[in-house]
Design a protein. Sequence first.
Length: 256
Amino acid sequence: MKRVLIGPLLHLLFRPWVRGAENVPSSGGAILASNHLAVVDSFFLPLVLDREIVFIGKNEYFTGRGLKGRLTAGFMRGVGTIPVDRSGGKASEAALRTGLKRLENGDLFGIYPEGTRSPDGRLYRGKTGVARLALESGAPVIPVAMIDTDKAQPLGQRLPHPRRIGVVIGEPLDFSRYKGMENDRFILRSVTDEIMYALMSISGQEYVDIYAATQKARIATGHPQAETPGASAAPGGREVPDVQVPVPPEEDAPAQ
């Protein structure tokens, strides 16, 4: 229904381009792990896929008051977003279990490993929930890079302004070698770092080895650069990949 109502308009205004769509299986459960630059990330990835996908979304999207709050909640439910209480504990566990059930049913499940939107366009340390989902479900993890959604909708901007949006989908990651080790925190961190490295490699983003929420708190207190690693960082201490931010297909070709 969402595609029928707003899909053509989004295609017209944002002319989304996609690379690597063939990496999404035509059937069976899979986790799509995406970087997170803007609220509209959850709109554009489903738009370029042939299969239905749902995401976890912060609980605040569903509890707003007034007309705006009701419209936001209705839209989030309409695109299949699953609410999660970011305060942690049993509520977050319940949301992850919901994702696990979807994967067991052979469906696609989207997740933002950073846990919140990037405050500055860089890629931040991943939380280990994505690794738990992968190891418990046995489903492959497909890295997804949203391109320029933060330029279309900067932090604090309610509605995006028209510009080209890109989606780069990487090759599936198989973590079956860690089956039965979902309670090992070192394994969970290693798997998460591998996923974040794949995201770094296809997005061209600079990596920051702290949580995005921590950086947001630093920005709020006026100390955004405190103890922030530079461009030499990569997840898990890996070598920084020599990559650039992807560009639309027509810009890849040399000028005539």
